[in-house]
Design a protein around this ligand. Structure first.
Ligand code: ZN
Length: 391
């Protein structure tokens, strides 16, 4: 490849002149074959010359204008006239494709639109249009991507007008598979019934949402549902703290104590353990409650266990559920009922390592995408941006 090809990053282009100005003006000639765009014939007659001045990839930090000389031709085969085309430059465009992809990549890497538009001497609308097309092209390549084997499902807030959206996350490849507007069965029905390759999904991880469970059971018949560890642990804590506030309302606003009660016992410093123990010594009922919560947490926290190890734990878990359901306190009884309703999904947590933490992480990223764009009105634009950036 001649050196001028590698400078311009365009095939068949020979640099004839370069002006050391800023922006740099590069004049180049096309030396490749010319064919008729209608019949691909090479039997042509050269007619009038023309010049095209277009934007091109930067040289270092200097902007580049590319000046191309071409000809109008008459095709002797089909008798039609046409203007010569150049590789890497589409008709009617005032910028080459390498330049557009440079701009899009800069914007994708986080340079904001207004700043980049000023630097590249472009309009913001042009930049937005190019970037949008760039994302659409990228997504078209992924259009027939297969359903992931391990799927994470969760909801997140979109706008006050349109409400919530559902995220489908590929937990094996750590990327967002899709986002769909709505979180009800009716809203997701259309999307899921059209989705191809649903039988590939083996595991679905979700929080304790009955709606999502119904949807998954109907649409992913071969998938096992696994409860999300974080949500189960948080649910137990929530119910037990509710009861603690009922038993001892005087310490309800004691935030330091509340924080100590909420944490794992093995992660407290010696001074913190002493403070907590002093409090629990004066309140035996709360002490029993605290111990129960810590034991239940320790039971549910492990993951990646072998089937025999899981089997050993099931009996203890069922015992705990019966104890909770027998309790005279409404909040404990309701916790027991929830755990019983979800017992299979919770028990599977021991076997699997994945949790929905990845999906939750992407939700933070989505919020940032939304903020950077000062909010989205159109869900399709939001979806395009999320799928392009969260992978
Ligand atoms: Zn022709």
């Amino acid at each position: 490849m001649p050196w001028s090809h590698s400078i311009l990053n365009l095939p068949w282009m020979t640099i004839t002149k370069m002006e050391k100005t800023d922006p740099v003006r590069v004049e180049a000639d096309y030396t490749g074959p010319v064919r008729c765009p209608h019949c691909a014939s090479e039997r042509l007659r050269k007619k009038a010359p023309f010049v095209r001045e277009v934007r091109h990839e930067s040289l270092g930090h200097r902007l580049v204008w590319l000046v191309l000389r071409g000809y109008k031709y008459l095709c002797r085969e089909c008798g039609r006239y046409f203007r010569q085309r150049f590789p890497g430059l589409l008709s009617y465009q005032r910028a080459t494709e390498p330049f557009k992809s440079e701009v899009c990549q800069n914007h994708h890497d986080g340079i904001c639109q207004s700043r980049l538009a000023r630097r590249m001497k472009l309009g913001t609308a042009t930049l937005e249009r190019w970037y949008h097309r760039h994302l659409e092209r990228q997504m078209a390549e992924r259009a027939d991507a297969a359903c992931p084997r391990v799927l994470g499902i969760d909801e997140h807030f979109f706008t006050r007008k349109a409400g919530y959206a559902t995220t489908f996350c590929d937990l094996q490849k750590h990327r967002v598979f899709d986002v769909v507007l709505g979180r009800s069965e009716a809203a997701l029905e259309g999307y899921l019934s059209r989705l191809q390759g649903k039988e590939r999904v083996r595991v679905v991880c979700m929080d304790l949402s009955a709606t999502y469970r119904t949807i998954v059971r109907r649409h992913f018949p071969k998938a096992l549902i696994v409860a999300d560890r974080f949500h189960v642990i948080r649910l137990i804590g929530h119910h037990i703290h509710q009861l603690w506030r009922q038993i001892d309302p005087s310490h309800r606003w004691n935030r330091g104590l509340l924080s100590l009660l909420r944490r794992r016992a093995d992660r407290l410093s010696p001074e913190q353990s002493q403070t907590l123990e002093a409090y629990l010594r004066d309140h035996p009922a709360i002490h029993a409650l605290y111990r129960f919560k810590q034991e239940l947490w320790n039971l549910l926290r492990p993951h990646g266990l072998t089937p025999p190890a899981c089997r050993l734990r099931i009996r203890e878990f069922l015992d705990r559920i019966w104890q909770l359901k027998d309790s005279p306190f409404a909040s404990l009884a309701s916790l027991g009922q929830t755990l019983e309703d979800w017992q299979e999904e919770i028990v599977r947590m021991w076997r699997f390592r994945r949790s929905n933490g990845i999906t939750e992480g992407f939700h933070t990223k989505m919020e940032m995408i939304s903020r950077r764009a000062f909010g989205f009105k159109n869900f399709d634009n939001y979806r395009l941006r999320v799928r392009a950036c969260c992978c």
